[in-house]
Design a protein around this ligand. Structure first.
Ligand SMILES: Nc1ncnc2c1ncn2[C@@H]1O[C@H](COP(=O)(O)OP(=O)(O)O)[C@@H](O)[C@H]1O
Ligand SMILES: [Mg+2]
Length: 424
């Protein structure tokens, strides 16, 4: 009998992971809480809020779940892995203590300082007056103010000057724009460079880097518009050389895994640091403790090995004994969003063209819902169309060709995902 695997989340990332898991001969059924119209087609959706840990535990019990694979940020700091493991359930994902590396920027900055991991100079504050006094003591220069807790990727305010930083402190600590995520703030120097990230599959002791992937955060073509959850991605990244990847592995991933183990909180799960590459070195901006979205969609499209075998081995501390192989073919993922996202948008629009997609192209759902009239939009990011090809250009062309088939009122996609103009 195969395993019954639980995922928590409702994005295209969860759909991509579920899709990969269903290809495993060792998986009997995948359950996604709460899932979307895409996961409903290949797995069983379970209508539970990702932060409702009690109900997730109950469902794991009722549904006879054998394995939990963490993909989204919310449940782990709330102790989902700890509580499932207490019940003897193997999990790929960090305990609440280990998940602090993402859930508390104040904690992770101190961790980096303690373990010699290069990061921007910073101070942490709980008191607004103290934070204001500190900013006023600094030269009037660019500065970054971050809510320490989980803020759905919106809690880092990059400021041009002292006035902007004071406004940011007011937004986070007085207006409480990010709720309790703003109980603590991190104030740090603003770095100059270019951004990249790394994903590593970790079993507490061993870390294996995935291929590189680049995401596109801005809403509009040409890197204009507001920051979003991600409008597309491709893998491998043109600007991540083997040397850079090795450097990140040695300077960041390895000392992080060793440091967490030394603290008695070995890191199990996907470690996904965000970095700024500068003339002075490779700086860690933050850690995430799960897969990126939309990076997951292109990485899953390139994974040749059995995802369940990898995650089960990692859950048991046996990652070093599994082979992980990736397709040589690049993959490109284009997100189709609701017009207006990340600001206001409408939902409930019928999605056409899902039946026209090439067989070897994947459409991973995010904000979709199944209604009697068909699949309708139900969120900001609606779908990710993912294609592979012998070259990046071929993968890109195939992704866009297929994305054109998908129609709904107000549909919007960037036209420049994986359009490589310059090689750094
Ligand atoms: N020290 C810094 N210097 C310059 N830019 C920064 C710095 N820290 C964060 N940023 C910018 O803000 C973005 C979000 O910050 P990050 O720490 O990744 O928090 P989160 O993803 O949780 O919002 C980064 O991707 C980067 O563009
Ligand atoms: Mg980030």
């Amino acid at each position: 009998m195969g395993a019954r695997v639980l995922l928590v989340g409702m994005g295209a990332r969860e759909h991509a992971v579920a899709w990969k898991l269903t290809q495993s001969p060792d998986v009997e059924e995948v359950f996604v809480a709460p899932g979307n119209a895409g996961t409903a087609q290949i797995a069983t959706n379970v209508p539970i809020d990702p932060k409702d840990i009690d109900s997730l535990i109950e469902a794991a019990n009722d549904l006879k779940i054998d394995f939990y694979l963490a993909t989204m940020d919310d449940p782990q700091p709330l102790g989902l892995v700890d509580r499932l493991r207490e019940r003897g359930l193997p999990c790929y994902g960090p305990t609440a203590a280990a998940a602090q590396i993402e859930a508390s920027k104040a904690w992770s900055k101190q961790f980096m300082v303690d373990h010699g991991i290069t990061t921007a100079i910073h101070r942490t504050f709980r008191d607004h007056n103290d934070a204001v006094a500190y900013v006023e003591s600094l030269p009037d220069a660019p500065i970054v103010v971050k809510a320490s807790g989980l803020a759905a990727g919106k809690g880092a305010l990059v400021c041009d000057d002292r006035e902007g930083a004071l406004l940011a402190l007011d937004t986070i600590m007085i207006k409480r724009a990010f709720g309790t995520a703003g109980d603590q703030v991190v104030i740090e120097e603003r770095l100059q460079g270019w951004e990249t990230s790394t994903h590593a599959i970790c079993d507490g002791e061993t870390a294996v880097l995935t291929p590189s992937a680049t995401d596109y955060k801005r809403a509009l073509t040409g890197d204009r518009g507001l920051n979003t959850g991600g409008m597309g991605a491709y893998s491998p990244s043109i600007d991540v050389t083997t040397a850079l990847s090795k450097a990140i592995e040695q300077e960041v991933v390895k000392p992080t895994i060793e440091g967490m183990a030394a603290l008695g909180s070995p890191f199990n799960g996907t470690l996904y640091p965000g970095l700024m590459i500068t003339d002075r070195g490779n700086y860690v901006l933050e850690y995430n403790a799960r897969l990126g979205d939309p990076e997951a969609q292109v990485l899953m499209a390139r994974l040749n090995s059995d995802l369940f075998t990898i995650c089960r081995a990692a859950a048991e501390g046996g990652l070093s004994s599994v082979d992980i192989s990736w397709s040589k073919e690049p993959a490109v993922g284009v997100v189709i969003a609701s017009g207006g996202y990340p600001r206001e948008y409408t939902t409930g629009h019928l999605i056409d063209g899902l039946d026209k997609i090439d067989e070897d192209v994947q459409v991973f759902h995010a904000g979709t819902a199944l209604t009697p009239k068909g699949v309708v939009t139900n969120g900001g990011r609606v779908l990710t169309v993912v294609a592979r090809g012998p070259t990046l250009a071929a993968a890109r062309a195939k992704a866009y060709e297929n994305a054109q088939f998908i129609r709904f009122e107000g549909a919007y996609m960037r036209s420049d995902i994986a359009e490589i103009e310059e090689i750094r």
